[in-house]
Design a protein around this ligand. Structure first.
Ligand code: NAP
Length: 332
């Protein structure tokens, strides 16, 4: 049987990286004992993919040139030589950007499609949801009345983190890059204020929105926004560093914020993390995310692009802020 794949021809050096992708049509390998064959339904487009396409030090090894591009996906088991998964089971894991794949069953996690549509397990009920939940709850520890700022707040991770802080009773200010995104933050997520960083001076807007300074910053973007926030952090404030998307295009290496000394002068605590730190606690996140989503306390939205051949466009969209919600590529 043949499947389609998006392969990474070579490491990325500069963005746009469109030239590194190639669409191939190759046979799916035969199943060995313990393998399953999966028809991929949807894959997740993540800013973190940038870290997988250069040979720089990161939290996991890069994709090998010529290899299928790494991606989280959901799909349905079509053949099984494993005692743990049967035909018809829905699974998630590193499926790669391909229409079908053969995997070791132990590398996939079963999902329950009766709980939610499968694509939700790549959105707020999946890795991005867990990231927002643990990053905010476990590291940020927002408290009632505190001022919490979240960047890329209308996005997949940011929207969950912002709602977790709101549920804890904090005053939450979201930063996003379009009027429609800011309206979503206020009208749908009920945040206390929203800042369109594309349409204002971010430092001035933050000072106005945070008259009592900032207790907690959940950083998804780094760069100028981080610098503006550092200048407004409260004494002994906390910063959770989830990502720095504004710097991901700079394959030559980015400079840190000019006012980093604020960490010293204001006795700040900075916590970075990746979701691998929390994989053993996924059921705990689902224990909050699923009921909160079901009873309407937690909102999540997806932005779905159709067709494996549109992967290069979808990848570029996320760095231009063209996604409105968790960016997914529908393949099945
Ligand atoms: N630590 C972890 O384990 C982990 C896991 C998943 C994701 N992350 C990180 O979380 C962050 C958000 O990821 P996501 O999956 O939720 O994506 P997302 O927020 O759904 O989409 C990315 C958004 O980032 C914003 N953006 C893009 N370029 C920007 C720039 N130059 N300056 C400022 N903002 C920019 C855009 O929103 P605007 O239009 O609002 O600018 C864009 O829509 C990323 O930094 C990602 O690497 C970390």
């Amino acid at each position: 049987m043949e499947a389609k794949q998006i392969r990474m021809r070579e490491y990325a050096g500069t963005r746009p990286v469109r030239d590194i992708w190639v669409l191939t049509k190759d046979p799916v390998r035969a199943l060995a004992d313990g393998d399953v064959s999966v028809a991929i339904d949807t894959i997740s487009i993540d800013p973190g993919m940038t870290g997988w396409i250069t040979n720089k030090r990161s939290y996991m090894p890069p994709v090998k040139p010529g290899g299928v591009m790494r991606a989280f996906g959901v799909g349905e088991v079509t053949h099984s030589k494993s005692a743990d998964l049967v035909v018809g089971d829905w699974v998630t894991g590193f499926t790669g950007v391909q229409t079908h794949g053969v995997y070791r069953a132990e590398n996939l996690r079963k999902i329950d499609p009766s709980l939610a549509p499968p694509e939700k397990f790549l959105s707020g009920l999946g890795m991005t949801g867990y990231t927002g939940y643990f990053g905010m709850n476990d590291l940020g520890k927002p408290k009632t009345g505190e001022t919490v700022v979240v960047s890329a707040a209308s996005g997949a991770v940011g929207s969950i983190a912002a709602q977790v802080a709101k549920a804890a009773g904090a005053r939450v200010i979201g930063i996003a890059g379009a009027p429609e995104k800011c309206a979503y933050l206020i009208d749908e997520l009920s945040l206390d204020a929203a800042i369109d960083y594309e349409a204002c001076d971010i430092g001035e807007a933050l000072a106005q929105a945070c008259p009592d300074e900032i207790d907690l910053y959940f950083d998804n973007v780094g760069g100028e926004t981080l610098e503006a926030v550092l200048g407004l952090m409260k004494y002994q404030g906390r910063i959770v560093v989830c990502g720095a998307i504004s710097q991901y295009g700079d394959f030559a290496g980015a400079l840190g914020p000019a006012n980093f000394m604020a960490v010293v002068t204001h006795s700040l605590t900075i916590n970075g993390f990746t979701m691998r730190d929390y994989m053993h606690r996924v059921p705990e996140a689902l224990g909050w995310l699923v009921p909160a989503w079901k009873d309407g306390r937690l909102k999540m939205r997806e932005h779905v692009i159709d067709g494996i051949e549109n992967f290069p466009d979808a990848y570029d969209m996320i760095f231009r802020g063209e996604n409105h919600g968790k960016l997914l590529l529908k393949i099945g």
